[in-house]
Design a protein around this ligand. Structure first.
Ligand SMILES: Cc1ncc(COP(=O)(O)O)c(C=O)c1O
Ligand SMILES: N[C@@H](CCOP(=O)(O)O)C(=O)O
Length: 487
């Protein structure tokens, strides 16, 4: 399997999985995708069903990973998946259980049972294994520079903290995360972890990460790698749980007519992009429902065809803070597919039109007209009031406490339920413990604290304030990271 950039020219070289794993962002500023998607036919799905039932989530995931990775032996992939997806790191031995939510007419896919209580663990636990494997194989080291709105950061740090040859510099938007999210990250004592509070929003942090990656000399000197969903491996790991979700909702023998629709709380478009890839592979997914919070740039696109990222001043601080994102990185991956995988056309939109005009408009194109029928995309949005009402209603109706992001998904699910045939699954992206104030506002009680998170708040926190400047970030990396010893 070879990989290409979303901004590639027609004769650009292709890359192997191991190359792009450490590289993260492509040198031309594009994002990597497989040259073509592997396919899943009905017999493949049945084999995956048997693997999931008899050998568990990790074994099933390893088979999906092997469809995309041909430069790591299958038995090594299986061993890594087994280490990544195991109890007690994950609270449920099924890793991704799917439950019916009584009263609401939907299912919930529980993606948040990992070490940091967010769906990011599903990818990050595997990424930690893959990085260590690859760095050991080539005797290399890596400085991971990442951006977080609250969940990617802790998930990456927990997955990478004890690994040889790896350092993490994580950029956070100052003052925009919850107390729990801050405590999770900032109380880690490890020397290979540097937490940074940037004077800006998540999009500023993400822009800094991209700026560092576009400076080829700096990137080479500091062996800069990525853990955000700009790194293809993140999405690949997420494709696996869509397969598991479909298998858990359908019966043995189900075929392409057994469509399952998914509702995905969306910010950086990574999670729902993984659903799109699974659907392109032939997994029988019906609607892919993009659920945004008040930062509704993506809902606007799916309704109108206009993609208009917003400035810092217009990126609102909401009560689903991890989705306070106005420039969705992975959207470029979907647009590349939508435009028939034309790298020049994709570059024209993301590099030139966005740079020049601040938006692009596909509303009059046949591609935009095909969004629902060909790709399954529909969208909706949710506000603070909707979110609170949904948390309270679901608890009352079904006895289940949603986190605010999943509540955004649930709100959109209820709004669109009547228009979507077949099973509808809301992807649960975090646990309520991370968002206690909003849970209290919605229900007048605090969320339960799972035993593994007791006492996490109130410890000494270590974080460095930084101006929103790529030069300042480079200086900080040069000061704080010692060129690594090989893994
Ligand atoms: C809890 C939670 N829900 C939803 C999202 C949105 O996911 P994505 O960025 O993959 O669209 C994020 C992060 O962005 C998150 O942390
Ligand atoms: N919600 C994320 C934002 C970063 O998204 P990513 O999927 O690109 O890592 C967070 O919580 O940090």
């Amino acid at each position: 399997m070879r990989y290409i950039s979303t901004r590639r020219g027609s004769d650009a070289p292709t890359s192997s999985f191991s190359d792009i794993l450490l590289e993260g962002l492509a040198p031309d500023g594009g994002l990597y995708l497989p040259e073509e998607y592997p396919t899943l036919e009905a017999p493949d799905l049945e084999r995956l069903r048997v693997a999931l039932r008899e050998d568990g989530y990790a074994a099933m995931a390893a088979r999906v990973l092997a469809l995309f990775i041909d430069d790591i032996p299958a038995e090594d992939l299986a061993a890594m998946a087994a280490r990544a997806y195991s109890a007690p790191s994950f609270s449920d031995p099924q890793i991704v259980p799917v439950t019916a939510l009584e009263g609401a007419g939907v299912h919930l896919a529980h993606l948040s049972g990992g070490p940091t209580a967010a769906f990011k663990d599903m990818a990050m636990q595997l990424l930690g294994e893959l990085f260590e494997y690859e760095l050991t194989r080539c005797g290399d080291w890596l400085t991971v520079v990442g951006a977080t709105s609250g969940d990617t950061g802790s998930s990456a740090e927990y997955a990478l903290r004890a690994r040889p040859g790896l350092s993490v510099v994580m950029l956070t938007p100052a003052g925009r995360m919850t107390a729990f999210q801050r405590a999770q990250m900032f109380s880690l004592p490890d020397d290979n972890i540097v937490n940074v509070a940037v004077d800006g929003v998540f999009d500023d942090c993400q822009d800094l990460v991209k700026a560092i990656n576009m400076d080829a000399d700096f990137k080479a000197a500091w062996h800069v790698g990525a853990v955000n969903s700009i790194n293809w491996a993140r999405l690949l790991a997420q494709v696996c749980y869509y397969v598991a979700t479909w298998l858990r909702v359908t019966e043995e023998g189900a075929d392409a007519s057994s469509r399952v629709s998914v509702v995905v709380p969306t910010g950086n478009f990574g999670n729902v992009c993984a659903a799109h890839i699974a659907r392109q592979m032939g997994l029988p997914l019906g609607a892919l429902v993009v659920a945004t919070n008040e930062n509704d740039v993506l809902d606007e696109f799916f309704r109108t065809g206009v993609y208009r990222p917003r400035s810092r001043a217009h990126t609102l601080a909401t009560s689903s803070p991890s989705m306070d994102i106005s420039k969705a990185s992975n959207f470029e991956r979907f647009i590349f597919d939508l435009l028939g995988r034309d790298g020049d056309a994709t570059r024209a939109l993301f590099d030139r039109a966005l740079g020049r005009d601040g938006f692009f408009d596909l509303s009059d194109t046949p591609e935009f007209a095909s969004l629902r029928d060909t790709y399954g995309f529909v969208s909706g949005t949710s506000t603070h009031a909707d979110r609170l009402a949904e948390i309270a209603r679901t608890e009352k109706e079904s006895g289940y406490l949603l986190d605010p992001h999943t509540a955004d998904g649930m709100h959109v699910a209820r709004a669109l339920r009547g228009q979507i045939d077949g099973p509808l699954v809301v992807m649960e992206t975090a646990l309520p413990v991370k968002f206690a104030d909003t849970i209290f506002e919605a229900t007048r009680h605090l969320p339960p604290v799972p035993a593994r998170f007791e006492g996490i708040e109130g410890q000494v926190e270590r974080v460095t304030a930084l101006a929103n400047s790529a030069d300042a970030l480079k200086e900080l990396i040069a000061q704080r990271i010692s060129p690594g010893s090989p893994a």
